[in-house]
Ligand binder design. Structure first.
Ligand SMILES: Nc1nc2c(c(=O)[nH]1)N[C@H]1C(S)=C(S)[C@@H](COP(=O)(O)O)O[C@H]1N2
Ligand SMILES: [Mo]
Length: 398
């Protein structure tokens, strides 16, 4: 993958010539290839409940998935899924005491146990990509503020739950309802800071595949991923996928809460880094993206031989239509692998018949069935949201 070459460094505790006798702390570092630097991050296998993850921050946790996970399959194992908490994560949640309050513009406010939520309707499974709106933000040029993610703030899983609309029906939504807002058990780390609450429009809330989910890849949701319940909005950035769900509130008007009205917003039209005054819209639907997983930037390939490249792609808010390998003035269509549903990653493969020309700055370009296609240039924005520029690597024929 672009910019994820692994470097191993033995950090020796103790100094001087006798260092070899001192305990050796081996720590792996990963280079995320962030143009704004610093680019090295620890690769830590020791975070509770996690396999090897790139540690962006410990508390609240921000853990990034190493790119090699995407080479192994389209589903991220639970212990390799990226983690993002805006505020502190509660470290103990009692399932037996947990309630989900459904209120606001409803006929009868209710407070549901986990069993009552599960019994609210048919059990539904959706395979969907969980992607942070800031995924790949660290690759922005010029540099932007926020977590300097590489491209590992994403992962695809199978989510199991009931439809949100069946849970809403327990309370009965009143006429004129406009939005549905979610809150979790987490609270701000500092006094007066806004609570992490998010809302979606009513028509999205009533969709067939928008879930109140309790399982991820067939296992109860891990604490890090929102035990005991989280919202899943397939095709939308996961900022809306509120974890440790405790409150569902039906709104009759616009949502003026901080994380909807002020934050997680994009310029309404393209801007340049110099623009200061511009209208914004909330980030919602994901655009198509594709990644090469078989080769890292700078990899050596055999001159004159056939070369097979592989990777993953997503359609975003609509099913993937095609993936093309693109070079300087040429392109080759890729073959798509098994279809796990419109909101899942899909594998792609392509064979370059004979490596002759240079393979500088090659990339893969995904398009979805609505005609959305990855752009050649970055749609720069001050928060680095919704990155979907074609990701490029350079291969070195020898
Ligand atoms: N309760 C709660 N839910 C939350 C958040 C949060 O801070 N608190 N962060 C959101 C954001 S911004 C992201 S990217 C996803 C990350 O989901 P994950 O940690 O399961 O990968 O959770 C979303 N749901
Ligand atoms: Mo996010």
């Amino acid at each position: 993958m672009a910019g994820s070459t692994l470097t191993r460094r033995a950090l020796i505790a103790g100094a001087g010539g006798a260092a070899l006798a001192a305990p050796v702390l081996a720590q792996s570092l990963v280079d995320l290839g962030l143009p704004g630097g610093p680019s090295l991050r620890p690769l830590d296998p020791a975070f509770p409940g996690k396999g090897e993850m790139i540690v962006q921050r410990i508390r609240p946790p921000l853990l990034e998935t190493p790119m090699d996970v995407f080479r192994e399959g389209v589903i991220a194992p639970n212990d390799r899924m990226f983690v993002r908490w805006n505020w502190d994560m509660p470290t103990a949640v009692k399932a037996a005491n947990h309630r989900v309050a459904v209120g606001g513009a409803v006929n009868t406010p209710v407070s549901l146990t986990l069993d009552e939520v599960a019994a609210a309707g048919e059990t539904v499974e959706v395979v969907a990509i969980n992607q942070c709106a800031g995924n790949g933000r660290g690759l922005s040029e010029p540099r932007v503020t926020g977590t300097q993610w590489g491209n590992g703030a994403m992962g695809c899983a199978k989510w199991t739950g009931v439809r949100l609309r069946d849970v809403l029906a327990k309370a009965g939504v009143t006429e004129g309802a406009k939005r549905v807002r979610f809150a979790g058990l987490d609270v701000p780390l500092t006094d007066g800071a806004p609570q992490f609450i998010k809302s979606i429009p009513m028509d999205i809330a009533l969709r067939d595949d928008v879930l109140v989910a309790w399982a991820m890849n067939g296992e109860p949701l891990p604490l890090l991923h929102g035990f005991p319940l989280r919202i899943v909005v397939p095709g939308w950035f996961s900022t809306y996928w509120v974890k440790m769900l405790s409150t569902i509130e039906v709104l009759t008007g616009e949502d003026d809460s901080y994380y909807v009205a002020k934050s997680y917003r994009m310029p309404a039209a393209p801007i340049t880094p110099e623009d200061k005054d511009f209208a914004t819209v909330p980030i919602t639907e994901m655009p198509p993206r594709a990644f090469i997983t078989s080769h890292a930037d700078g990899a050596v390939v055999a001159q004159g031989q056939a070369l097979t490249l592989e990777g993953i792609a997503m359609g975003g808010a609509a099913a993937l239509a095609r993936v093309d390998l693109v070079g300087d003035g040429w392109e080759l269509p890729c073959t798509l692998g098994p279809d796990e549903g419109p909101y899942a990653f899909r594998r792609w493969q392509v064979t370059v018949p004979q490596v002759t020309a240079n393979l500088a700055q090659i990339g893969v370009r995904a398009a979805n069935i609505t005609g959305a296609v990855q752009p050649e240039t970055l749609a720069w924005n001050p928060s680095g949201y919704a990155r979907n520029v074609i990701e490029r690597i350079t291969l070195r024929p020898q």
